[in-house]
Design a protein around this ligand. Structure first.
Ligand SMILES: *Cc1c(COP(=O)(O)O)cnc(C)c1O
Length: 434
């Protein structure tokens, strides 16, 4: 397995430099400057001793691509560097990252506290699929950090939230929630998909584990699925006695104790050597390659995304056919102050607005736009639009839809990096048609 300890301190170079270079060097055999796509399943051992020590986790190196791959390793190192973390495990999707992140922490019967304002798929995964592993979730309103504290019980093993939540532009007071987690001696896990490390670095505010759907802004071009689990390296697994899978002998690894043997990257090793090995949601080398290429322009793209989003939000807020706009970059947002604190460069580019005329008007807008693509994704260079009530939230009752921020009039936008005047004209034409 590759040693994720960097030779040089991570923060020696600025963000843009690390976005372009971290984890990558010219290929030693060919001189190839772009990271090669190592499209191989397995790696030849030097000799029998080498093979044995690799299997015992005594040597870092490559065995089999379900566990490690040189192209994926470059991406893992790059994401760790951008987040200021100690190690990263990449996965086949954001949902796979969430599964592995909890698999390294939880025993059957354990629970975790989660913000109720999450990506819809995460709510479903936590509520239904995780139940089959014996893991329970307690959802809380994230607007008051005390709600997280009140929901913690003896078997609670983590707190989970999205710093910047989709939809609705909800921002969680990360520093306060990190305090709650620290007092309870449990890790704070933050899904940083919508902000990306360019807009906010949750480790700087006390988070312990960061999750990404790299499918979104990190790959950035809507062409590669992927996920990442990032470890800060600062969480004390021994303090509470609550994490036997980190601190006790692992029967599937001849009694190895991950936190003791690997120290500040023990969680990364556990997630890879047990989670990836036994559950298997590995990132494909081609997807890692596309995501590495995408990240090289992350700082440029995110700056354009937030500038465009602010302009579109301001245009909509002043439009007579728009009932409301929920974007934390607007002074009218209840999250404006938290946005200034945690996301000073801008609160992302995904937000919702309400069109006057309800369900039919919402349908009309998504049918009339030409530049915006009507689809279920976010974080693409292209601007995207969806009417949740007639698509993603169609199966819910009217009441459930309103509660989850998907009422009949709600339209969600993911603002891309096109010319903003063109985006505004497209929306203006669509609104005129309602
Ligand atoms: C898309 C998304 C996920 C799930 O990621 P996939 O790559 O689609 O599995 C999780 N969290 C957030 C915030 C997302 O936007």
């Amino acid at each position: 397995m590759p040693d994720q300890r960097p030779g040089a301190p991570r923060e020696k170079f600025g963000f843009a430099t690390r976005a372009v270079h971290a984890g990558a060097t010219p290929d030693p055999t060919t001189g190839a400057r772009s990271t090669p796509i190592h499209q191989t399943t397995a790696y030849v051992f030097e000799d029998a001793d080498h093979a044995a020590s690799l299997f015992n986790l005594q040597t870092f190196g490559y065995i089999y691509s379900r566990l490690t791959n040189p192209t994926v390793a470059v991406l893992e190192e790059r994401i760790a560097s951008l987040e200021g973390g100690r190690g990263t495990v990449c996965t086949s999707s954001g949902h796979a990252a969430q599964l592995l992140a909890f698999f390294s922490l939880m025993e059957p019967g354990d629970r975790f506290v989660a913000s109720r304002n999450l990506y819809g798929g995460s709510v479903t995964q936590f509520t239904h699929a995780f139940k089959k592993f014996g893991w329970g979730v307690d959802f809380v309103d994230p607007s008051d950090p005390k709600n997280f504290e009140a929901a913690i019980g003896p078997n609670t093993k983590a707190i989970f939230c999205e710093l910047l939540a989709n939809p609705g532009g909800v921002i969680v007071d990360l520093e306060a929630v990190a305090d709650v987690a620290r007092k309870a001696k449990i890790p704070l896990m933050v899904d940083n998909t919508l902000a990306t490390p360019f807009l906010c670095r949750p480790f700087d505010w006390g988070a312990d584990i960061i999750l990404h759907s790299t499918t979104k802004f990190l790959s950035g071009h809507g062409n590669a699925m992927g996920g990442a689990v990032v470890e800060s390296g600062k969480f004390d697994w021994f303090a509470s006695g609550k994490f036997p899978s980190m601190t006790e002998a692992d029967p599937a690894y001849h009694g190895l104790k991950f936190a003791e043997t690997f120290g500040d990257f023990g969680y990364t090793m556990k997630t890879r050597a047990v989670g990836l090995r036994d559950l298997g949601p590995t990132m494909a080398p081609l997807n890692a390659y596309l995501t590495i290429s995408g990240i090289e322009t992350l700082h440029l793209r995110m700056a354009a995304h937030v500038t465009n989003a602010q302009a579109v939000a301001e245009f909509l807020a002043g439009h007579p056919k728009v009932a409301w706009v929920s974007y934390a970059g607007l002074k009218s947002s209840p999250y404006h102050a938290l946005a200034k604190k945690y996301l000073p460069k801008g609160p992302g580019s995904v937000f919702t607005f309400g069109v006057k005329g309800g369900y039919d008007a919402g349908m009309k807008v998504v049918e009339t736009v030409e530049l915006f693509s009507h689809l279920a994704n976010i974080g693409d260079t292209r601007s995207l639009i969806i009417h949740p009530a007639s698509t993603t939230h169609r199966q819910l009752t009217e009441e459930q839809r309103v509660k989850s921020g998907a009422g009949p009039d709600v339209i969600r936008l993911s603002i891309g990096i096109e010319n903003v005047d063109d985006l505004i004209r497209d929306l203006d034409t669509a609104l005129a048609a309602t």
